[in-house]
Design a protein around this ligand. Structure first.
Ligand code: URA
Length: 442
């Protein structure tokens, strides 16, 4: 087989066989296929697309390019959740203990990542003493005992994806549904879960800005997972404004704690109940999503969910008393109020700009070696559809510096306040399951 023939084949819109895709991914991972040929191939895929079989073969080839996590020693059906990412997305921190509290085993591998805030690991590390350095044995033992443990990414998972993603980033080939779907699904499949619930964000603050694109991506991922024998479903949720009110590391953990106590923002709760119900059903801990939702609501009102969080924190060396006394979290020294400059109703909040503001305060990293601050961030006081008067505080900045004019101005620009009636946006647009036209018979 020659790479040049396979580039031409895809360029001409033909379908590649499983073996040809395997050849490409193996050759690229082993440095036998150079970047320039792989770039040409990625561009051919960008323009010519891939059919469902090619997408599944590409995903599998990337899974097989590295190690796969074996979670077979974890009792029960392991269900993982993945979000395509957005501003203020603290879902994992609230959702993991919530579903664990009704018996779903959560063996979560999380990353730090780049972006407006740190990743789930960074956020959890704002809990004094909490650590994610566990051996595989400790990790599995803790999941079996407490139904929940979180560990940093270990081993050499999907090296082909790592290399190809880096190449796509500099060759204008990131935004391709088959390449994104296979990239995300390869990482999920290599992490060893039996089922996967995907939270595909849509809107101005999301990777996919248009609902139709988000839907295509969700369908592509559900088809890949289903075809490769994993129960997979997707929820398409709104990212036209940040999720919840808190953006920042410790601030988001505090909001997740509030949610588990039944005191959190409505949108965070609703998203967790929606995603969580599907996880509970997949793990066969309930017969229907309604039954699952009721169990999750009961876990919050009875205190079972917050107890599960405390046990999880303690098991990973953290100080669980922060749950009852959130003043023990790191606290930024300066609180700066951003005030509304006009009156009306909030029409839009550019989540991207809020993310940039968080980043400028120091909550996120631009390169992987940057330090991040755990205490800084923003608390939103107004969301889309809220009434605002001139001078009302719309956001409070939690800052290490006394003055933050530039950040204040970015936040003010993020808010569009209009003289018209504005409804709060829909939170959940659609749920995509394997039976909805994926066309696969397993
Ligand atoms: N996230 C991923 O993991 N991969 C992509 O290709 C895009 C977003």
């Amino acid at each position: 087989m020659r790479m040049v023939d396979l580039i031409e084949k895809k360029r001409n819109g033909e379908v590649l066989t499983d073996q040809e895709i395997q050849f490409i991914i193996e050759g690229y991972t082993n440095d036998q296929i150079p970047d320039y040929q792989m770039s040409a191939w990625a561009m051919a895929v960008f323009f010519q697309d891939m059919n469902d079989q090619e997408r599944a073969a590409l995903t599998m080839a990337m899974v097989k390019s590295g190690e796969e996590i074996d979670l077979s020693a974890v009792e029960g059906i392991k269900v993982d959740k993945h979000s395509t990412g957005g501003v203020g997305d603290k879902t994992t921190i609230a959702l993991a203990p919530l579903v664990a509290s009704v018996g779903v085993p959560v063996a979560k591998m999380s990353g730090r990542g780049l972006g407006h805030t740190g990743g789930t690991l960074d956020k959890l590390e704002s809990i004094p003493g909490f650590h994610i350095e566990l051996t595989t044995e400790e990790f599995i033992e803790k999941v079996n005992k407490n139904k929940l443990a979180v560990i940093g990414q270990t081993g050499n998972l999907t090296p082909a994806d790592k290399k190809l993603y880096g190449l796509r980033d500099v060759t204008g080939t990131v935004n391709s549904i088959p390449l994104i779907a296979s990239s995300i699904m390869s990482k999920k499949l290599a992490s060893g879960a039996d089922g996967i619930v995907l939270d595909v964000k849509t809107g101005t603050g999301a990777f996919m800005k248009e609902l139709s694109d988000s839907k295509q991506l969700a369908q592509a991922m559900v088809k890949i997972g289903t075809k490769l024998g994993k129960k997979t479903m997707a929820v398409i949720s709104d990212m036209n404004q940040p999720l919840g009110l808190a953006v920042g590391n410790a601030l988001e953990v505090k909001e997740a704690i509030a949610m588990l106590k039944g005191e959190g923002p409505e949108d965070v709760l609703e998203l967790c109940l929606t995603l969580g119900s599907h996880m509970v059903v997949m793990a066969k801990k309930a017969e229907s999503v309604d039954e699952a939702r009721k169990a999750l609501e009961d876990a919050i009102s009875s205190g079972k969910a917050i107890e599960t969080l405390k046990v999880f924190i303690e098991a990973q060396g953290g100080d669980a008393s922060v749950v009852d006394d959130v003043t023990k979290f790191p606290e930024a020294p300066y609180k700066i109020e951003v005030k509304a400059q006009s009156e009306g109703m909030v029409k839009s909040i550019e989540a991207d700009r809020i993310g940039t503001a968080a980043m400028m305060l120091g909550a996120g990293r631009a390169t992987k070696d940057d330090d991040i601050l755990l205490d800084v961030g923003l608390i939103l006081h107004k969301k889309i559809g809220d009434v605002v008067k001139v001078g009302d505080p719309i956001v409070t900045l939690h800052s290490r510096k006394e003055q933050a004019e530039e950040v204040v101005s970015i936040v003010q620009k993020a808010y569009d306040i209009a003289h018209e009636h504005i409804e709060a946006p829909t939170l959940i647009y659609e749920e995509i399951t394997a039976s909805q036209g994926t066309g696969f018979v397993l």
